[in-house]
Design a protein around this ligand. Structure first.
Ligand code: ADP
Ligand code: AMP
Length: 220
């Protein structure tokens, strides 16, 4: 299973990528998580990314492409790209990288949601920085506020999930990432899901639309 999840911040890409990783073993590759990890460890990459991320801007394409190239070498099975590509230049570079490794994408899943819902989801999001698992104060709270159900670790609110930055990130999506919808539509690989539906229903729609064999669906 080799998928790209495309859609605005807050649409539920990470939530669904984690579910598919658990059910089908396709590794979630979140460029945002990789960058945050680098920031936490104080690497050169993390320092470079810092100012872009905290203002809600995109990290430069060449930095991201290099990062994904290195990441692809670590993937033996399938993957779900979560938050990559985010520009046409990244998508073109990704096509070249995949060609070079003789790999093909199965599908690109577009998550459709309205701006009002996205703002509510992002400003209510709580994240486990260690695992990337997210909760939502309104729609999907942890059992104990501020504590991860799985590992008991602390949940945090991302600095770029503050209202001031959320608007900017949604504008950046419209301007720089939305053109990828046509890019992937032309490739014939685009499928669309209603990201406003409850988490389970979104998973079902993805699984139905990407064409997972029935026996594999049942196993999950
Ligand atoms: P993305 O990775 O696209 O930025 P997330 O998966 O982190 O989005 O989800 C954003 C927020 O919305 C999180 O707080 C998450 O718990 C919540 N969320 C995700 N999917 C749904 C859904 N289908 N219905 C309601 N809330 C959701
Ligand atoms: P995310 O966790 O996907 O919401 O990403 C958080 C931030 O990381 C974004 O606002 C960007 O600053 C940066 N980022 C993540 N993925 C990319 C990407 N593919 N291209 C450029 N910047 C990215």
């Amino acid at each position: 299973m080799r998928l790209v999840f495309l859609g605005p911040p807050g649409a539920g890409k990470g939530t669904q990528a984690q579910i598919l990783q658990q059910r089908f073993g396709a590794k979630q590759v979140s460029t945002g998580d990789i960058l945050r990890e680098n920031r936490a460890q104080g690497t050169e990459l993390g320092k470079l990314a810092q100012s872009y991320m905290s203002s809600g801007a995109l990290v430069p394409d060449e930095v991201i492409i290099k990062m994904i190239d290195a990441e692809l070498d670590k993937l033996s099975g399938g993957f779900v790209m979560d938050g990559f590509p985010r520009t046409v230049a990244q998508a073109e570079a990704f096509d070249c990288l995949l060609d070079g490794k003789n790999l093909q994408l199965d599908a690109v899943v577009l998550f459709n949601a309205d701006r009002e819902t996205l703002i509510a989801r992002l400003t209510g999001r709580w994240t486990n920085p260690r695992t990337g698992r997210t909760y939502n104060a309104a729609t999907n709270p942890p059992r104990v506020a501020g504590i991860d159900d799985d590992d008991g670790g602390p949940l945090v609110q991302r600095e770029d999930d503050k209202l001031e930055t959320v608007g900017k990130r949604l504008d950046v999506y419209e301007k720089q990432t939305a053109p990828l919808v046509e890019y992937y539509r032309r490739s014939g690989k685009l499928v669309e899901v209603d990201a406003l539906a409850p988490v389970d229903a979104v998973t079902k729609e993805i699984v139905a639309k990407i064409g997972v064999p029935v026996e594999q669906r049942a196993a999950g």
